[in-house]
Design a protein around this ligand. Structure first.
Ligand SMILES: [Fe+2]
Length: 263
């Protein structure tokens, strides 16, 4: 079973919108064209959040005009730059919107559990008590191979501004899921079933094993941020290309392939 992870496209309300000097609309058009021409089968695309940059309805209309050209089913997550209601009503065409966009689905014998981790203190993430309860119900020791999907990262990544917050730049604000210890405690019983916990948000590809579970992110599908082991705040990275993940899951394991493309 194979799928594509895209993330953090950060579209604006007009096609000429710039994110830190990058035209995200033009890059998304290129990405969609590339995905449609991939020379192999992939069951679906999953967008791990921050579809748009400014929470506006206009930006979702712009995003939809490009993303609806993808010739595969596409799933969405809510990121800290997203508006949960606009995302469901405009992008997904729903009549009413849930407060939290959590859902589960199955593909090729693999279970996917998607959690909306938008927090109260942007840009940090949070799982509500009822979400932790649901996570515990899903994460039984026995069952099909399982993938857990969030926007925010639940693990340390050896980068000060991602792990502890950019102390001087945005005091008191954090990038991680605030209650990540609760999250980890809830998923641990399913350790042998979990093929991976995947996320976006951090604007670069990471892979890490934490407490015996594999965690990974996709490069941003628009622009990367510098995240060295001593980076204290998020600086733009000018020399790295946008990208996405090609993920293959089977009964025995997982392969995550990062692909970058010229903007
Ligand atoms: Fe984000």
């Amino acid at each position: 079973m194979r799928f594509i992870q895209i993330t953090d496209t950060h579209l604006g309300p007009t096609p000429d919108y710039l994110l830190r000097g990058t035209n995200t609309y033009r890059i998304l058009e290129k990405l969609v064209d590339l995905i449609n021409r991939l020379p192999f089968q992939a069951e679906f695309v999953i967008h791990t959040g921050d579809v748009i940059d400014d929470m506006s309805a206009e930006s979702y209309k712009v995003a939809k005009s490009v993303l609806e050209r993808i010739k595969r089913p596409i799933y969405y997550l809510v990121g800290n730059h997203d508006n949960t209601t606009h995302l469901q009503k405009i992008l997904l065409g729903k009549k009413s919107a849930k407060k939290r966009l959590d859902y589960q689905f199955e593909a090729g014998g693999v279970e996917f559990a998607v959690f909306d981790t938008h927090g109260n203190k942007d840009p940090s993430g949070l799982l509500l008590p009822e979400q932790i309860k649901l996570l515990r119900e899903i994460c039984k020791p026995r069952g099909k191979p399982l993938m857990i999907v969030t926007h925010h990262q639940p693990v340390p990544l050896d980068v000060p501004w991602l792990d502890n917050g950019a102390i001087d730049w945005m005091p008191g604000q954090f990038m991680k899921i605030e209650n990540s210890e609760e999250f980890l405690d809830a998923i641990l019983p399913a350790r042998k079933r979990i093929r991976g916990v995947m996320f976006g948000h951090v604007h670069r590809g990471f892979q890490t094993t934490h407490k015996g579970i594999f965690f990974f992110s996709s490069p941003s599908s628009s622009a990367q941020l510098e995240s060295w082991p001593d980076s204290k705040k998020p600086d733009s990275s000018d020399d790295e290309m946008p990208g996405f993940n090609i993920v293959t899951v089977d009964a025995d394991g997982i392969i995550v392939r990062q692909h970058h493309f010229r903007p």
